[in-house]
Write a protein that binds this ligand. Sequence first.
Ligand SMILES: [Fe+2]
Length: 324
Amino acid sequence: MQRRKRVNNVSVGSGTVWLSWQHKVPHPYSRALPIHAKNRREWGPNNARSLTGIRDDDLYCSNCTTMFQSQPGKNLMSTVTQITQIQSPSSIATSVESFNWEAIHAELDAYGAAVIGPLLSPDQCKTLINQYDNEDLYRSRVVMARHGFGRGEYKYFAYPLPAMIAELRQSLYPHLMKIANGWNEAMGIDVRYPAEQEAFKARCHAAGQTKPTPLILKYGAGDYNCLHQDIYGEHVFPLQVAVLLSKPGQEFTGGEFTLSEQRPRMQSRVEVVPLGQGMGVIFPVHHRPVKGTRGTYRVKMRHGVSRVRSGQRFTMGVIFHDAQ
Ligand SMILES: [Fe+2]
């Protein structure tokens, strides 16, 4: 049995009790942070009750979906044992399901970009920003100026991904997979993507693309990101998502997300995508089909960020293929 020490007890909202616990052993998902164990009763009667062995007084870690179960006859608050990891009822997955995917598909077909959201709440955005300096969460840091990529820096998350990013990756994928397969068909590309993100991840891993690619980017005043494509190997999932974590106008100015579309034998087109905090933009990784008068043709896409004029701008990127 692993014993944990309660470090604080905070009430959030009506009827919600949050309990923080300090693991005495490293937690697999959050070595440097206390675990937030949430009273399982808040889930309501239909959620997860059918899963084996879960009782009303068990605790649920909202960070990592770990269940903790009280020991019979002992004080619940001092003796809890991790019993299983389960999928929490997810507000992220629920909101992703609630989006009008037909309209998003039409927007992507017409303009090569679609705004969706909010994907993350202001608190979730703040959590990701506050964890920027927690090196345990990342596998590498890139200073853009050193590579000629622009100015600013970013960090790639390590596996296991933070729960909210893993959830975004998993819940967005099935919708984007349908669009991606349709686009490949339209462009005469034979590759098709499997229904589940895990199956596509396995395809990447079998080809030696095993490093996670979701990332967080930090820009200060004067920073920018040159137009580029995020390709990390042979296997490329053709759509990706960027989520703005900072509040535009308040925490930063400038720093617009920008897409360029290079059309064959034509001048390039630019799309600037204004985003609110927690909002996401879906866009192509490297190309997309465009319907012309003589059929469908392929255009080359790049994306970047214009110069941040003031403040700090954080974004989080969800890329669905892994890197070599
Ligand atoms: Fe990028």
